[in-house]
Design a protein around this ligand. Structure first.
Ligand code: PLP
Length: 389
């Protein structure tokens, strides 16, 4: 069977693969400490579930407009105004099957063969593969621990060519948990304002998960030029613990949203109807649940960061958002996949090799799990490094 040529260059998601392996080991009775999942361990808050159940009981079980029900688009517009001081009309918003689908629709809508997509490394696993599926060329810009794994304005300027179509910005970041400060965002905008052919996708899916009083500035809010050329991608998975609901959105220029809606109209159509009603409640009701989960993540971050960096060999900038640590394992002198495979075999601790995110001298640990698992897992990692290095 000859598969389509466009797949010849695409890698399966290593994060999903490792998470599946850890889950299978657990299911067979093995006591695995898993730090591989990119999803909160909390249940979806009750009032959101109740809204979806109510919608089902009310017969909200039919197709909706492909881009989502008007009440949800309005709730998203209100939230973007409340959280980012950004004004969007309903024709600037499409509701998608998770944040992943909004990014995919966007890339399919604007990228052509030969277009370049600037992707800072380390990156969230799906960006390069989506760009390649759209037949564009990923242009990787390697960041370093010294800059907190953030792209600098100089690096961005040097990477832009006449072929650049899209710059991918993800803050707070998966995998590093780093957050670009408002000054850093503005400095990137200064570069981008000089290159009117470049669009920006700002993946803000972790924007509500911030620590130590840091603030999130959307690059779309910096200037009119940035607003016009930025597409905000976000979703409900992380902040509201709704990973399985598959609700995300894309907000930006009407002609791009119209194109994304056309693609969606011929592929998935609307997302699950009653899930949309849960999402309306998530945005319109009290945001206390978001804060409760954020505080739990903050405590876990402190515990895991303290334990991990007390183990000789790991160095790691302290993350101020999302729920990941991204320590360097350079000191151990082995590739990240080998490190993770050995660790899983030897100590039954599952985490993700940095190579999945483009940096082979790091590993990613998710602390979206309980404190006991964090303590036990770090203890096993300590024993592992003592034994082998
Ligand atoms: C940076 C980033 N963007 C987008 C997504 C997609 O989230 P979802 O499709 O579950 O809404 C994820 C999920 O892991 C992510 O980490």
């Amino acid at each position: 069977m000859q598969l389509a040529k466009r797949l010849s260059n695409i890698q399966p998601s290593l994060t999903l693969a490792i998470d599946a392996k850890a889950k299978a080991m657990k299911a067979s009775g093995i006591d695995v400490c898993s730090f591989s999942a990119g999803e909160p361990d909390f249940d979806t808050p009750d009032h959101i579930k109740a809204a979806a159940k109510r919608a089902l009981d009310q017969g909200k079980t039919r197709y909706t407009a492909a881009a989502g029900v008007p009440e949800l688009k309005q709730a998203i517009a209100n939230a973007l105004l409340r959280d980012n001081q950004l004004t969007y009309s309903p024709d600037q918003i499409i509701v998608t099957n998770g944040g992943k689908h909004s990014l995919y629709n966007l890339m399919m809508a604007i990228l052509d063969a030969g277009d370049e997509v600037i992707i800072p490394v380390p990156f969230w696993v799906s960006y390069p593969e989506m760009a390649k599926l759209a037949e564009a060329t990923p242009v990787f810009v390697i960041t370093t621990e010294a800059t907190g794994y953030k792209i600098t304005p100089e690096q961005l300027e040097a990477a832009i060519t006449p072929k650049t179509k899209l710059f991918v910005l993800n803050s707070p970041s998966n995998p590093t948990g780093m957050v670009y400060s408002p000054a850093e965002i503005k400095a990137l905008a200064v570069v981008l304002e000089q290159h009117s052919h470049v669009y920006i996708v700002s993946d803000e899916i972790y924007a509500k998960i911030l620590y130590d009083g840091v603030t999130h500035l959307s690059i779309a809010a910096v200037s009119k030029a940035m607003y016009d050329r930025t597409l905000i991608s976000s979703g409900f998975a992380k902040a509201y613990s709704m990973t399985g609901w598959r609700v995300g959105y894309l907000a930006g220029a009407p002609e791009i949203i119209k194109a994304a809606t056309m693609i969606q109209g011929h592929s998935t159509s609307n997302i699950c109807t009653f899930a949309q009603y849960g999402a309306i409640t998530a945005l319109n009701d009290s945001q206390d649940c978001v804060e409760v989960m954020r505080q739990a993540f903050a405590e876990r971050r402190d515990v895991m960061y303290g334990l991990l960096t007390s183990i000789t060999g790991f160095t790691c900038p302290k993350p101020d958002g999302a729920f990941y640590l991204f320590p360097s394992i350079k000191a151990f002198g082995i590739p990240s996949l080998e490190f993770c495979e050995k660790l899983l075999e030897d100590q039954k601790v599952a985490l993700i090799p940095g190579i999945a995110f483009g940096l082979d001298n790091c590993i990613r640990l998710s602390y979206a799990t309980n404190l006991d698992t964090i303590r036990e897992g770090c203890d096993r990692i300590r024993q592992f490094t003592k034994k082998h290095f």
